[in-house]
Ligand binder design. Structure first.
Ligand SMILES: CC1=C(O)/C(=C\N=C(/Cc2ccccc2)C(=O)O)C(COP(=O)(O)O)=CN1
Length: 456
């Protein structure tokens, strides 16, 4: 059969508000042309983020109702830890309220000021915490990752030569750890191959440098390994996933993605002494080791999510939905990051609006225009998100100037995607008439959250 069967059906719906273009123009002006500042009820289809926006299953909801909110080492805590130990294969597990909390703990415990951290591209909060701990961020991703049109099947890969050069240049003891993100968000949700992970793990072992994964979207990465990596087609997802995890000394996870929950995260490591140091730090800043600042119901929702996230029929449905939207845009000639990622379609705003210089914020403007056209909220992932260079005070000019259409898990149907595609094609037809933006308010840190703009 041609059509892929959906592996679930709808049990509860949330009525959506339909707005007029006039209402959206007023809302966007009030939000200073920043989609992060829109009121959610003014948004028809929310593609801002896949973080914390998934639909939970009837089993997750049932487990949440049954969780007893007892303190300290609750049944929920043991259920959570045992499930993560089994699914991910790490002995020591520390719950946190979300991913950036795990990054805060790990960076503060592992980085000595002045040390380097090698990454495959950057994620805003991950880099922020590495630098706050005195770390020096270095990008060792393959060159193709910075080229939106390059058709590499594993654009998230690290370049072993770039990594080896860094280690030689600064010395192994000056590299705090290697941070490998799976399904690299800022590159377009691009996977890392198992072969590349093995190579990087070998390099780290050779020099005695810890290898840490940002495993926030590792389940979706496992699906791409099965689908794209030679010799993997017949392996079961949980088997690929366990091997993938076996190469890391530790992981940070935002559970708000793969694990299909609205809040949550965790750290998992193999070394008892490292766990103890993280636990002691977390106690002061991120919550008790038995809950990480979460309620017990959140722990059991994560445990159940860790079971559901590796189901191949769910992963296929989720990732094929992203590919469906990508195909609709590609067919009309809309420039997107290729190949499509696991959690989002990324529009190349630089090629969409080639007449705008990057410091007129093309991706920020395009995200606003898409909202005006169809009530669809997207996220700017370009010069605004990249921020300013702390030394020069100038904008960082990233090669990728993207608008991210981030698809929540198990939430939208094909009709929602068709409405979004239609709105984007409408903007595409008018692209020559679209001008730039001027930033009229700029906060000092993570400016993309609250900056305000006006049309030029
Ligand atoms: C790879 C990766 C992520 O994508 C991630 C969060 N992503 C987010 C949520 C977000 C966070 C900050 C600025 C804009 C959007 C996303 O919209 O993409 C975190 C932090 O997790 P956290 O939100 O639970 O703290 C760690 N690693």
């Amino acid at each position: 059969p041609e059509v892929q069967p959906e592996p679930y059906r709808i049990k509860a719906i949330e009525p959506l508000v339909l707005t007029t273009r006039a209402q959206r123009e007023a809302a966007l002006r009030e939000a200073g042309w920043n989609t992060f500042l829109l009121r959610s009820q003014d948004v028809y289809i929310d593609f801002l983020t896949d973080s914390g926006t998934s639909a939970m299953s009837s089993v997750q909801w049932a487990e949440m109702m049954r969780a007893a909110e007892t303190l300290s080492y609750s049944a929920a805590y043991h259920r959570f830890v045992e499930t993560i130990q089994e699914v991910y294969g790490f002995p020591y597990v520390l719950p946190t309220h979300q991913g950036r909390a795990a990054e805060h703990v790990l960076s503060q415990v592992l980085i000595r000021p002045g040390q380097y951290v090698a990454n495959n591209m950057y994620f805003t909060t991950t880099r922020e915490h590495q630098e706050r701990a005195g770390g020096i961020f270095v990008d060792v991703i393959i060159d193709e990752a910075h080229d939106p049109a390059a058709h590499h099947p594993f654009k998230g890969n690290m370049d072993p030569e770039k990594l080896r050069d860094l280690i030689r240049r600064v010395g192994p003891e000056q590299v705090a750890y290697v941070c490998l993100e799976l399904n690299v968000n800022m590159a377009g949700g691009q996977p890392v191959s198992l072969e590349n992970v093995r190579t990087v793990a070998q390099l780290c072992r050779e020099f005695g440098i810890p290898l840490i994964f940002d495993a926030t979207r590792a389940a979706e990465n496992a699906y791409f390994i099965k689908a794209r990596e030679p010799g993997m087609q017949d392996r079961a997802i949980p088997d690929i996933f366990r091997e993938l995890m076996s190469y890391a000394d530790g992981i940070t996870v935002s559970a708000k993605k793969d694990l299909l929950v609205n809040i949550g995260g965790f750290l998992a490591v193999r070394d008892a002494a490292l766990y103890r140091r993280m636990e002691q730090f977390a106690l002061r800043f991120e919550g008790h080791p038995a809950d990480g600042g979460l309620a017990r119901r959140d722990l059991v929702a994560m445990a159940q999510g860790a079971r559901e996230m590796l189901d191949v029929n769910y992963l296929r449905s989720r990732i094929e939905q992203v590919a469906y939207l990508a195909a609709a845009l590609r067919k009309a000639g809309v420039p997107i990051v290729e190949p499509p990622g696991g959690h989002a379609v990324f529009i190349d705003a630089r090629r969409f609006l080639p007449h705008l210089p990057q410091d007129q914020f093309p991706a920020q403007r395009l995200a606003g225009e898409i909202y005006l056209a169809a009530g669809v909220r997207a996220m700017e992932r370009g010069i605004v998100s990249a921020g300013r260079d702390p030394e020069t005070g100038q904008h960082k000019y990233p090669r990728l100037e993207l608008v991210r259409l981030t698809i929540p898990r198990r939430v939208y149907t094909q009709r929602h995607l068709d409405v979004a595609a239609e709105g984007i094609l409408d903007v595409f037809a008018r692209r020559e008439q679209i001008g730039g933006l001027r930033m009229v308010f700029e906060p000092p840190v993570l400016r993309f959250f609250t900056a305000r703009f006006e049309p030029m």
